[in-house]
Ligand binder design. Structure first.
Ligand SMILES: *[C@@H]1O[C@H](CO)[C@@H](O)[C@H](O)[C@H]1NC(C)=O
Ligand SMILES: *[C@@H]1O[C@H](CO)[C@@H](O)[C@H](O)[C@H]1NC(C)=O
Ligand SMILES: *[C@@H]1O[C@H](CO)[C@@H](O)[C@H](O)[C@H]1NC(C)=O
Length: 246
């Protein structure tokens, strides 16, 4: 009885202590859950997140639905293949002429589907180029989520994407680009200002300013009209050479 009385307080104390220790972990876990389960980013009135994505899983499933569509994949690799490579090649050779891209650039295409833009980069002489998408398409495209790029910091000289509108977390999309670009690296985005009539879009960009606001570690190089498969605006950033503490 005496022993029992002694053990109980010790046990209780230990229990309370371990609960106290695990509180920060519990808090962290609940924050993490909130972060992926609901759509809450820093308010940016120039970017409207489309409703209907209750969890990250429903978002990914919807994106996969388009990427895996066999009819679309067939079109992308047949009817669209040469036409798109020709247009992308002309964009990229213009960027080479403006010294924003060179044969020795290490280049990434984000959300590259079957990899037409990667093929275009290689054809204009940028041999060290690769694409990422939720579904890999070897040898041009490997598996990767643009919200969490599978690359180390400062891996690329050049990144291109025309799927900004598919980002559920535009801030993360941009943060990952700025993380994986080398200082002085160039990011080229083709976007639609106003609404893109794609039911798979996750956000609508209402103006270029909203995009510029997201690129905290870069300078704006130019904004220019393009005709890029339903996307009307080319926005180019260069990551600052001097690292900022932000
Ligand atoms: C995509 O969704 C449609 C209808 O919502 C469904 O019929 C189709 O099987 C889905 N495709 C894939 C590849 O998940
Ligand atoms: C880039 O420069 C080359 C050589 O000066 C020229 O032939 C080509 O038309 C230019 N490409 C574009 C897209 O401006
Ligand atoms: C870049 O690569 C292209 C295609 O292979 C080649 O024609 C061109 O001469 C190269 N440019 C330089 C500066 O090496």
């Amino acid at each position: 009885m005496k022993l029992y009385n002694q053990i109980t307080p010790i046990f209780l104390r230990f229990f309370t202590f371990s609960l106290f220790l695990s509180l920060p972990l519990l808090l962290l876990f609940s924050l993490k859950t909130t972060n992926t389960a609901t759509i809450t980013t820093t308010p940016n009135p120039g970017i409207r997140i489309r409703p209907g994505y209750t969890t990250y899983d429903t978002y990914i499933k919807k994106q996969l639905n388009k990427t895996l569509n066999p009819k679309l994949r067939h079109l992308w690799t047949t009817r669209d293949w040469d036409r798109k490579i020709r247009v992308f090649s002309s964009f990229f050779s213009q960027l080479k002429n403006s010294s924003l891209l060179s044969n020795s650039s290490k280049a990434l295409c984000i959300g590259a589907r079957v990899g037409q833009e990667v093929e275009a980069l290689r054809r204009v002489g940028v041999s060290d180029s690769i694409g990422i998408d939720l579904v890999p398409c070897p040898p041009l495209v490997i598996h990767g989520d643009f919200h969490k790029q599978p690359f180390k910091d400062e891996s690329f000289d050049f990144e291109f994407s025309n799927v900004f509108d598919h980002a559920l977390y535009p801030q993360k999309f941009v943060r990952e680009i700025e993380r994986t670009l080398k200082p002085g690296g160039v990011c080229v985005l083709h976007v639609a200002i106003t609404t893109r009539s794609d039911k798979y879009s996750a956000n609508d960009l209402l103006g270029v300013d909203a995009l510029v606001k997201l690129f905290k570690r870069s300078d704006l190089v130019w904004v220019k009209k393009v005709d890029g498969f339903g996307l009307d605006t080319e926005v180019i950033f260069r990551k600052k050479k001097k690292k900022l503490i932000d």
